[in-house]
Design a protein around this ligand. Structure first.
Ligand code: ADP
Ligand code: GLC
Length: 494
């Protein structure tokens, strides 16, 4: 089966979050299962610069405001999967964040920048761009790629099936209604039962309405987004799609996140010899300027600092942590108010709290390896990868019971402890007192080294593999193709 993976991010070239990690691992896992996989990416500077021996597949001409748009194909340095790259310097050759300008606001032409990504995917699938290759399945990720499903809906004769994966329903790609005309889509799509959403154009809705199958990145989040509490106004659309919506849990890339081989951490270790982990903790305390104390429970956070991640709950529980002699190391970037709050805490308690603002991949590994507990108190979490990385590194996750966090961490309650199933600490209410109670349980367990080690070993034995996810995706691709053959495309007909 020929599969086109369409996305805006891919590790290690372009990354703002877990989306990149998924695109850095899933294509290769699919290929290992026998699929013929290609990526389709915007030609951001890091992508264009990594493209070796590229051939020009098609000149797409002036498009979406860009005078020159070419489709290139080649290998990207550091990636196994071959890639199509949309070379449109006017739209993509911009330094910094793929979605935001230097002022921290969305690029004003994001509609055109990401419409082009979807447009290219659909035309590649229609066999119009590359005589040598076209996909059976277009797999579009997040709103950035979602318009592929709408453009495909305009091509009723294209046999390719489509799968749309929601990595985060909160980011929807909303644009002024007046800009719809720039998309070159039929006006039949622009109505409240089409891609109009509260008098705006919604890229996310294009994926939810027109993909043959929809996935999200954990079974619990798949159920949650069909409810008003987590549906971001789209729960009705998702409920209408019924069993077309599935949850497939992300995996861990074992080549990138493996304490036995990680080149970035102070010492390597595995579940049978945990000595290296103590060494990593001491190194982390040194690196972050924390008091060198082997017996202080050290909490770690590696996160975007946004309200999604619930770190205000952690700030609320901080006095309790400090009173119990705990330490906190935070690495993140995002909201000013959260950055300031953590900065103040670090200034007031320099021996116990430390903060690194910014994005730093090697340091993220050192933090995950060196901490005792990784905290992910999210308000919502489609999957969450950091808690899975924590499990792998024997750094017990302390998480809220939502989305993928609920699906990956087993709370150390007395029963789970007795049955040797516990892998972390889970709390329910989005309130600092709930986090504080879980923290108290975590620190009490930490004070019983034999019990703690047992949970650490159980955590490290968890298997969240990309191989398992890839098999589920392949079965779903088959289903999407069958659905495509059986039901003609509707193209949002009124
Ligand atoms: P999300 O995609 O919502 O941000 P995930 O847990 O799925 O959450 O993925 C986050 C990814 O981004 C992980 O690979 C994590 O290590 C990484 N990450 C987040 N913040 C930083 C940071 N400041 N520096 C380095 N890596 C980070
Ligand atoms: C999103 C979600 C996160 C998920 C990641 C990869 O960024 O916020 O929960 O792990 O995508 O699927």
């Amino acid at each position: 089966m020929r599969v086109l993976q369409v996305a805006a991010e891919v590790f290690p070239l372009v990354k703002t979050g877990g989306l990149a990690d998924v695109l850095g691992a899933l294509p290769q896992a699919l290929a290992t299962c026998g699929a013929d996989v290609q990526l389709l990416l915007p030609g951001f500077p890091a992508v264009g610069d990594a493209l070796g021996g590229a051939r020009t597949v098609a000149r797409l001409g002036p498009l979406f405001g860009a005078a020159r748009v070419d489709l290139l194909h080649g290998r990207l340095q550091g990636l196994d999967t071959p890639a199509y790259v949309i070379d449109a310097p006017y739209l993509y050759r911009r330094d910094g964040n793929p979605y935001l300008g230097p002022d921290g606001h969305d690029w004003p032409d994001n509609l055109q920048r990401f419409a082009l990504l979807g447009w290219a995917a659909a035309h590649l699938a229609a066999g119009e761009l590359d005589p040598d290759w076209h996909p059976d399945i277009v797999h579009a990720h997040d709103w950035h790629a979602a318009l592929a499903c709408a453009y495909l809906a305009m091509h009723p004769t294209t046999p390719a099936g489509s799968v749309f994966t929601v990595h985060n329903l909160a980011y929807q790609g909303l644009f002024p209604l007046g800009d719809f005309a720039l998309l070159g889509l039929s006006h039949r799509l622009l109505w409240p039962h089409g891609i109009e959403f509260h008098r705006q154009v919604s890229f996310m809705k294009a994926g939810l309405l027109y993909a043959d199958r929809i996935t999200t990145v954990s079974p619990t989040y798949a159920r949650e987004i069909a409810t008003p509490e987590f549906g971001c106004g789209l729960d009705g659309v998702l409920r209408d799609r019924g069993s077309d919506v599935r949850g497939i849990l992300n995996g861990v890339d074992r080549e990138v996140w493996n304490p036995a081989t990680d080149p970035w951490i102070a010492a390597r270790y595995d579940a049978t010899s945990l000595g290296g982990k103590a060494y990593c903790k001491a190194a982390l305390q040194r690196e972050f300027g924390l008091e060198a104390r082997a017996d202080a429970p050290l909490l770690g956070v590696v996160s975007r600092l946004t309200s999604q991640k619930g770190l205000d709950l952690l700030l609320g529980a901080l006095p309790a942590l400090l009173a119990r002699g705990g330490q906190l190391a935070v690495q993140g970037t995002g909201d000013d108010a959260l950055e300031q709050a953590f900065r103040r805490a670090a200034e007031q308690h320099p021996r116990q709290v430390a903060l690194h603002i910014g994005y730093d991949e090697p340091r993220a590994h050192r933090l995950v390896a060196g901490a005792d507990i990784i905290v992910v108190p999210s308000r919502f979490e489609p999957c969450g990868l950091t808690q899975m990385y924590g499990l792998r590194y024997g750094t017990l996750p302390l998480v809220r019971r939502v989305g993928g966090l609920a699906d990956t961490v087993v709370d150390a309650d007395p029963v789970a402890l007795a049955e040797d199933r516990a892998t972390g600490f889970v709390f329910d209410a989005a309130h600092p007192s709930a986090l504080e109670a879980a923290l108290a349980r975590a620190i009490a367990l930490y004070r019983e080294p034999a019990q703690w080690q047992r949970v650490v070993r159980r955590a490290m034995a968890q298997q969240f593999t990309w191989d398992a996810a890839a098999r589920q995706y392949l079965a779903l691709y088959d289903e999407a193709l069958r659905a495509r053959r059986e039901t003609p495309r509707k193209a949002g007909a009124r």
